[in-house]
Design a protein around this ligand. Structure first.
Ligand code: GRG
Length: 308
């Protein structure tokens, strides 16, 4: 068995219990989000209901978990990383609401439920996405601040990851690439921006909330970048190998929309191999944490092996 297969294949069967970890983090993140967001009954109630509908529709909470695990690796306090974790989840949920709109991917299901616009109409869905994006900035700006990284640093981090050079750039390239034959490099450009940027931002913010050193921040950047790319390749694989019921969203959309994906360019086996190699690179980036990054390692492995 190759080094990659051994390491990415069976690393965390030992002491670390990822299920318990994820259950605990998800509950804590949900409670914090509930506190940060206006109550559903706050006027105008429709928008607050719509924001909460998608936010609490049952996502995997991977970005917040990565953020909190990164803070842990840098000896940070969960309470100080929590605003960052909630902010990245708000931005992620906004991007899903907008991506599902008829003007974009036109999807009816997300997180196992009807999409936001199917329940609240397109106008409110656009606004719910806008409001969640704005909410993310309010959450981090209102938090108490961090020793080495200013509010300005934190806001810049979030703005860069979600702006027209990263998340939006990826979505634009994705829209413009539909029906076209893209090279593997063009596809990587999309994945880096559409997916990796926010995952990378999540772990960086976790580190920043813990007053991490620049070497630790670089390690988290390398980790997040590689995990992000692997995450999207697995997402593309699941789109062709899983059912809509399992995914909680419409399966087979990439093929139907004639989207270039790793499986369509290099095939399923090679795609799995690339995802495994990227995960291996992500593991390597964690060496600097000398055993304190167990949760990050387990999450990277989980994301490689996930089936939904
Ligand atoms: C700014 C409108 C806009 C879009 C940005 C994020 C995005 C681009 C589009 C959403 C659809 C998509 C395929 C995004 C890539 C990232 C990804 C695989 C999202 C799904 O994330 P999961 O699996 O979802 O973590 P849950 O529901 O579990 O949180």
């Amino acid at each position: 068995m190759s080094k990659t297969a051994t390491r990415a294949g069976a690393r965390h069967t030992g002491s670390f219990d990822l299920n318990t970890y994820l259950e605990g983090r998800t509950a804590a993140v949900n409670a914090a989000l509930d506190k940060f967001l206006p109550k559903a009954s706050t006027k105008p109630a429709t928008i607050h209901e719509a924001m909460r509908y998608s936010l609490f529709a049952g996502g995997k909470r991977m970005r917040p978990a990565l953020c909190l695990a990164a803070a842990e690796a840098c000896d940070g306090k969960e309470s100080e990383a929590m605003p960052m974790a909630c902010a990245v989840e708000c931005i992620h949920t906004y991007s899903l609401i907008h991506d599902d709109l008829p003007a974009m991917d036109n999807d009816d299901y997300r997180r196992g439920k009807l999409t936001n616009h199917k329940v609240y109409g397109e106008g409110v869905a656009v606004l719910a996405g806008d409001a969640l994006l704005t909410q993310a900035f309010e959450i981090v700006v209102r938090s108490k601040g961090w020793p080495r990284y200013s509010h300005q640093d934190i806001v810049l981090e979030l703005a860069k990851a979600s702006g027209s050079l990263q998340l939006i750039a990826g979505q634009v390239a994705d829209l413009e690439g539909e029906g076209k034959k893209l090279s593997a490099n063009e596809l990587k450009y999309i994945h880096e921006r559409k997916t990796s940027a926010l995952l990378c931002c999540s772990v960086r913010l976790g580190g920043m909330s813990s007053n991490c050193t620049s070497a630790q921040l670089q390690a988290l950047t390398d980790f997040g970048y590689n995990v992000g790319l692997a995450f999207q390749i697995i997402d593309d694989i699941l789109d062709v190998t899983q059912t809509s019921e399992k995914l909680g969203k419409t399966a087979g959309k990439d093929t139907a929309a004639k989207k270039a994906t790793y499986p369509s360019i290099v095939g399923l086996d090679k795609s799995r191999k690339i995802a495994q190699q990227l995960t291996e690179k992500a593991f390597d980036a964690l060496k600097i944490f000398r055993g304190k990054a167990q949760a990050l390692e387990a999450l990277a492995e989980f994301l490689l092996k996930r089936d939904r």
